[in-house]
Design a protein around this ligand. Structure first.
Ligand code: 6PG
Length: 243
C-alpha cells in the first residue's frame, strides 16, 4: 500500500482526527440524503476512538442516523462475551450514540462460522452498492496487529487477501480462536480505508510498511491498498518513531 500518512502527537489526537473524518463524511452524506456505510474493527485502538465519539464534541454533532454500521471482523463468541467486537462497539459507542437499530449489521459470532460468513456476504450484497459486482463501503476502519495482521487476515493465511469470497472464516494463529473476516477483495473495494495505529509496539511494522521494504511483504496490512479510492494511516508519534 502507499497510504497517505498522518502523524499526531498522541493517540487521543490521532483518534480525534479519525472522529472528525467520520463526522465530516456523515455530514456530507446527510446533505446528499444518503447513508454512510462504515465497517469497523475490534481491538483496543477502535475502543479509544469509540469512547471519544461518545463525548460531547461528537455525540451531538454527528448525524448518527445516516451511519450504517458493519464489522470488518468478528471473534466467534456470543455478542455479550468480553472478546466480541460487536459487544465492545455496543458497550463503548452504540449504546450512547443515536444509531437506529436497523442501521446495525453485526456479524453473528455465535453462529456456525462458515454459515455466518455466507450469510454476511449475502447481506453485504443486499445492503451495499456494488462496483464490478463487489460491494462498496464508503469507509473501512482498520487496525494493524503486532504481527502485521489487519482485519482477521493473519500472516499465516495470506490467501484471504485474494479469496474469491467477500467474507471468510479465519483462525487466530496463537489462540486458535475462530474468526469471521472481510477478505482483501471486499476491503480493497472500499472508497476509503483508514488505518488507526498507535503505540510503540507498532513502530517496527509501520517502518517496514511505510518504507515498503521486502519484510513488509509478509504483513497482510501491507497488501491492503486500495485500488479505487484512498488509503490513509493515522498514527501517533510512538507508532511513527521509526519512519
Ligand atoms: C480484531 C481486529 C484486529 C485489530 C488489530 C489491532 O478483532 O482483533 O479487528 O484486526 O484491528 O489486531 O488491534 P489493537 O488496536 O488492539 O492493537
Amino acid at each position: 500500500m502507499k497510504p497517505e500518512t498522518h502523524i499526531f502527537d498522541d493517540a487521543i489526537l490521532a483518534a480525534h482526527a479519525v472522529a472528525t473524518l467520520i463526522q465530516e463524511l456523515a455530514i456530507a452524506k446527510q446533505q446528499q440524503n444518503q447513508t454512510l456505510n462504515m465497517a469497523v474493527s475490534g481491538g483496543s485502538t477502535p475502543k479509544q476512538l469509540f469512547t471519544l465519539l461518545t463525548g460531547n464534541k461528537y455525540r451531538f454533532a454527528i448525524p448518527w442516523e445516516v451511519i450504517r454500521f458493519f464489522w470488518v471482523d468478528e471473534r466467534c463468541v456470543e455478542p455479550a462475551h468480553p472478546e466480541s467486537n460487536f459487544g465492545m462497539t455496543y458497550d463503548a459507542l452504540l449504546q450512547y450514540a443515536f444509531v437506529p437499530a436497523q442501521h446495525i449489521f453485526r456479524i453473528k459470532g455465535e453462529d456456525i462460522p462458515a454459515n455466518e460468513a455466507v450469510r454476511y456476504a449475502n447481506l453485504l450484497r443486499e445492503e451495499l452498492p456494488a462496483r464490478k459486482g463487489v460491494p462498496v463501503f464508503d469507509i473501512i476502519l482498520l487496525g494493524i496487529g503486532d504481527d502485521g495482521h489487519t482485519a482477521s487476515i493473519f500472516p499465516d493465511n495470506m490467501a484471504l487477501l485474494n479469496s474469491e469470497k467477500l467474507v471468510d472464516t479465519a483462525t487466530h494463529p496463537v489462540s486458535g480462536q475462530k474468526r469471521i473476516t472481510l477478505t482483501g477483495k471486499t476491503i480493497n473495494n472500499a472508497d476509503q480505508v483508514v488505518f488507526l495505529v498507535t503505540g510503540k509496539n507498532k513502530s517496527g511494522i509501520i517502518r517496514e510498511i511505510t518504507r515498503e521494504t521486502s519484510d513488509a511483504l509478509k504483513y497482510p496490512a501491507f497488501h491492503v491498498g486500495n485500488y479505487v479510492g484512498e488509503a490513509a494511516l493515522y498514527l501517533d508519534a510512538a507508532a511513527a518513531t521509526e519512519i
